[in-house]
Design a protein around this ligand. Structure first.
Ligand SMILES: [Zn+2]
Length: 291
């Protein structure tokens, strides 16, 4: 017997009944009997999605393999960890982005009609804009998948994570870096690490933007100028030779306490709304906090 509530029971299989809307066919079946009272319906490109939240038992606290880590983010190598590990962005991310760019360039003269002049949109234009939406959705999926997996992996392995307070909007203003940076999703990386604090019991700390992490020698503390083209840090004081990003990551890991603040999970007005009935709470329902 299920206790009385306004929950909708979901039976295993490819059908879903959404209260107030009726029955729909799903592409992927529901694996087991469950119930939910929040349904969010969204559309991405030409596909419709329904997400619902299920109650789960609390995940037991995780013991982290390693305690401290500093992470330096970069364009060449997505993330360099202070213990020497590196994380590279998937190649498909760049490939898909190039494909998208080429598609946009080839169709640069397509216009979706003109209402003022009474010109209707051509079928080819309609087709192109649908295709464009699909490409964007595909790119977003690749990026989201990569970021979700890396942030979970990091949150599982390390307890105290230190990242740089990147001036993302300032970096995007640099037109040579902007495309590469906005495609990687640095801010999303930090946002995911921050909200996963509550799930994995990690502590994410942000190092001050003006702390010279890439200019300082990680061995003797000597500060020298480091233009972006110099990929190797060769200390002018003690002769230490180290990869530029690794040197920065080590510095971030041992940054002085007065340069550090906690990274807090962000709350949008939507998160503060009580999630009841059919009122879709997109932030909560669509982001799985575990995977
Ligand atoms: Zn040195």
């Amino acid at each position: 017997m299920l206790p009385f509530s306004n929950r909708q029971i979901l039976y295993p299989g490819k059908k879903i009944i959404i209260p107030g809307l009726g029955e729909f066919k799903l592409k992927r079946p529901i694996p087991y009997l469950c119930s939910s009272q929040t349904f969010t319906i969204s559309r991405v490109a030409d596909k419709w999605y329904v997400s619902f939240s299920l109650d789960i038992e609390r995940i037991p606290p995780i013991s982290h393999e390693q305690e401290l880590v500093g992470i330096d983010l970069g364009v060449k190598c997505f993330a360099t960890l202070s213990d020497g590990n590196t994380i590279t962005a998937p190649l498909s991310l760049k490939k898909t982005k190039t494909k998208l760019n080429k598609l946009q360039w080839r169709n640069r003269n397509k216009v979706l009609g003109n209402r003022r002049q009474g010109i209707k949109a051509s079928n080819n234009a309609k087709k192109y804009y649908q295709q464009l939406a699909r490409h964007h959705a595909h790119l977003k999926n690749i990026r989201q998948d990569f970021l979700q997996k890396t942030t979970t992996e990091i949150s599982r392995k390390y307890y105290r994570i230190r990242i740089e307070d990147l001036n993302v909007s300032g970096m995007i203003a640099n037109h040579k870096l902007s495309a590469a940076i906005s495609n990687l999703g640095f801010y999303e990386f930090r946002r995911m690490l921050s909200y996963k604090q509550a799930v994995f019991g990690t502590k994410v700390e942000v190092v001050d933007r003006w702390y010279p992490s890439s200019k300082t020698c990680s061995v003797c503390g000597h500060v020298q100028s480091m233009p972006l083209s110099r990929r190797i840090y060769d200390c002018g004081s003690c002769g230490q030779i180290l990869d530029r990003d690794l040197n920065a990551a080590i510095n971030l890991n041992y940054a002085p306490v007065n340069k550090i603040r906690m990274a807090n999970a962000e709350f949008t007005p939507v998160d503060k709304l009580p999630a009841n009935g059919l009122v879709g709470n997109r932030k909560q329902t669509s982001n799985c906090s575990i995977c």
